[in-house]
Design a protein around this ligand. Structure first.
Ligand code: PEP
Length: 251
């Protein structure tokens, strides 16, 4: 089982406007985090500075993406050093939406993770299988392949800066949550793989979040699973009260 502190991320994705984000920040600030949990909110890039100046310090901040290397002639991108320069400590990389819609490859994501870490950022690195891959029995093969691409790019010590977000694609935004048994089985498989591919020490220390239709109603049961060390939350992170409930489900 894992040994790290429970860690919950809120991925706001490409949602919100000035008014709705102001309301969300108010609700989060009013919420009481009673559990021993690290909480990280990831607003859309353009709202990051505003959220940074209004969100309570009990929450950390994350970007949802960054460029693969040093900034320069890469129109539309934001570089890891720019996030660091703005005191944004975290970045989500490898989200399945970016893998599927923007064609981000395993190798590209591995390079992104390495570069972000080299600039001092911590990373929530997302992996997970599609429904087709699960039905073929390839769940762990896909997770291993996606992790191997990161293992290839970073040192064992770098894993202290990485949280693995296991997010089965069929559970993201679908309302179809993995059962605790399904999630625990895959998390245990991921940890076993990390022991073989990196080291038993890293495997035991690395935190593995579950993501995919986590809500205020199903979080407690999932949080009890031995190898679930946190959540990455999409839809429910846009509801301050629900998100706080999820954070407080930390075991
Ligand atoms: C996500 O995209 O990171 C996610 C887990 O989304 P949702 O909670 O909406 O399924």
């Amino acid at each position: 089982a894992g040994t790290g502190r429970f860690v919950v991320g809120g991925n706001w994705k490409c949602n919100g406007n000035t008014a709705s984000i102001q309301k969300l920040v108010q609700d989060l600030n009013a919420g009481e985090i009673t559990a021993d949990v690290e909480v990280i909110c990831a607003p859309p890039m353009i709202y990051l500075p505003r959220v940074q100046s209004t969100l309570d310090r009990k929450y950390q901040l994350s970007a949802q993406n960054c460029w693969v290397g040093e900034g320069g002639a890469f129109t539309g991108e934001v570089a890891a050093e720019m996030l660091a320069d703005n005191n944004i400590p975290w970045v989500i990389l490898g989200h399945s939406e970016r893998r599927a819609l923007l064609g981000e490859s395993d190798e590209f994501i591995g390079q992104k993770v390495a570069y972000a870490i080299s600039k001092g950022l911590s990373v929530m690195a997302c992996i997970g299988e599609t429904l087709e891959e699960r039905e073929r029995g390839d769940t762990l093969n896909v997770c291993r392949r996606q992790l191997q691409a990161i293992v290839n790019c970073i040192s064992p010590a770098d894993w202290a800066k990485v949280v693995i977000a296991y997010e089965p694609v069929w559970a993201i935004g679908t309302g179809k949550v993995a059962t605790p048994v399904e999630a625990q089985e895959t998390h245990a498989g991921i940890r076993k793989y990390m022991a073989e591919a990196v080291s038993p020490a890293v495997a035991s220390a690395v935190r593995i979040q579950y993501g995919g239709s986590v809500n205020a109603g199903n979080c407690e049961e999932l949080a009890r699973c031995e190898d679930i060390d946190g959540f990455l939350v999409g839809g429910a992170s846009l509801d301050g009260a629900a998100f706080v409930t999820i954070c407080n489900s930390a075991r």
